[in-house]
Design a protein around this ligand. Structure first.
Ligand SMILES: Cc1ncc(COP(=O)(O)O)c(C=O)c1O
Length: 425
């Protein structure tokens, strides 16, 4: 569910017409809908409310790390899942509570560990035995005890894109289940850490609850085996990964995941953490872009836009699908995705790479130069992955709530582009 719709021949975000936003703030422009973000957060929270205790929803900051959005989610009661010192900095700048922060990431630096310890975060999600030792050393240096959760690799296939599969043995993430006992035993010998939880995150854009159930069963079987160290486990962090609609209505509602997952966890006496990113933000944002040049080459038509892979990297990185459609006129057909591969229009960016596209082989109404297009479902892993490639300023971001639109990040300037560099000759 989202609040982007076509009304009277024009696209609106909640009560704000897309064309007016583009006129006022320029393009390319990320537009987020506060009502949709709140809705997704509440739906997920309520779906899992039947657990023994209300779950802690730690929004995954990497999906979209804009301070205003973090502040909005903090206001909803969210905790945060971070993977770097920079993300922790953002959470704190947005007023987030460090006691509701979990910290994953396969390459935490010593500096980052010190900062997270000093902030007093809830749990380090530990990805390797040597990392556990490093956290222990940092904690002892600060006369502190770090709460940790072992990130276990349950070796299940979430059946998603291979770049966003994270819970299989061949992935770099977590500790294999068959090594868990040894690492837990080791943790007991270290004075600076206390293993209070277990963590899994099997992948992203998952549209089937079965892999979660399988992974959770593997971890709970392990806990039930009574292996040394498991008696202190109070938290089970089941990660994020809940899929969203990109093509049409392919994702499952939160309730469908909860119906399968909650019975597995009920009665275990564990506090449950969820780390949703995409589920909250994916369908809550669009990218507005103008057609700069329209040209033909044989049968093909190219619509070259002012947004490219530096603004929205997902199509180039994962060949991922985003609906792309003019902001004026009728709504796109619900099955636009089904016709992918049979259309005649390539909607591409201005970057000097053939992989720079927003949507290939699309059926699109006639588009003229200057027309405004919307790239849908761009709220997650859009702006947070944006870069300055081709020395292009990153886009502005706007948050709409009702009819009100607020600029929550200004467009980068040419000064921003050159700012960090020093002349060396
Ligand atoms: C540890 C961890 N938790 C949560 C997430 C969020 O995933 P999603 O946005 O699919 O919910 C990720 C994404 O990569 C992750 O690595």
């Amino acid at each position: 569910m989202d609040h982007f719709a076509y009304r009277d021949g024009r696209l609106v975000c909640d009560e704000a017409p897309a064309a007016e936003l583009a006129e006022r703030f320029g393009t390319p422009l990320y537009v987020y809908c506060a009502r949709t973000i709140r809705h997704h957060f509440r739906v997920l929270r309520d779906a899992f409310a039947a657990l023994d205790a209300p779950p802690l929803l730690c929004y995954s900051v990497k999906a979209n790390s804009n301070l205003s959005l973090l502040r909005l989610l903090h206001g909803e009661g969210a905790g945060f899942d971070v993977v770097s010192g920079g993300e922790l900095l953002r959470v704190r700048a947005a007023g987030g509570d460090p006691k509701k922060v979990v910290y994953a990431g396969v390459g935490k630096s010593t500096r980052e560990i010190h900062e997270a310890l000093a902030a007093g975060i809830l749990l380090f999600n530990v990805e390797a035995e040597t990392e556990l030792e490093r956290i222990d050393a940092c904690a002892r240096a600060q006369n502190a005890v770090a709460g940790v959760a072992l990130r276990l690799n349950p070796d299940v296939d979430p059946k998603t894109h291979r770049y966003i599969t994270t819970g299989k043995k061949e992935n770099k993430f977590g500790i294999n289940l068959d090594r868990a006992e040894r690492v837990l035993r080791h943790a007991q010998e270290l004075r600076g850490v206390e293993c209070r939880g277990l963590h899994i995150h099997i992948g992203s854009q998952i549209t089937d609850p079965k892999p979660y159930v399988e992974a959770i069963r593997r971890v709970l079987d392990y806990v039930a085996s009574g292996a040394p160290g498991t008696e202190r486990v109070r938290w089970l962090d089941i990660g994020g990964g809940f899929g969203v609609h990109y093509r049409s209505q392919e994702a499952l509602p939160a309730a469908a995941f909860a119906q399968a997952i909650v019975p597995e966890l009920a009665g275990r006496g564990l506090n449950v953490i969820l780390e949703p990113g995409r589920f909250i933000m994916g369908n809550a944002g669009i990218l507005l872009t103008r057609a700069v040049t329209v040209k033909r080459s044989g049968e093909r038509r190219f619509v070259i836009c002012d947004a490219g892979m530096n603004d929205l990297m997902r199509p180039a990185l994962y060949q991922s699908y985003h609906r792309v459609w003019p902001a004026a006129g009728q709504a796109p057909p619900a099955d636009q995705g089904a016709r992918d591969g049979h259309g005649h229009v390539d909607v591409v960016g201005p970057i000097c790479e053939s992989g720079d596209f927003l949507g290939n082989d699309r059926d699109l109404p006639e588009v003229a130069e200057g027309d405004l297009l919307a790239v849908f479902s761009a709220g997650a892993y859009g702006m947070s992955m944006a870069s300055n490639y081709n020395t292009r300023p990153r886009p502005a971001e706007v948050l709409v709530d009702g009819a009100e639109a607020r600029l929550i990040r200004r467009r980068e300037s040419y000064d921003d582009l050159l700012g960090p560099e020093r002349e060396c000759l």
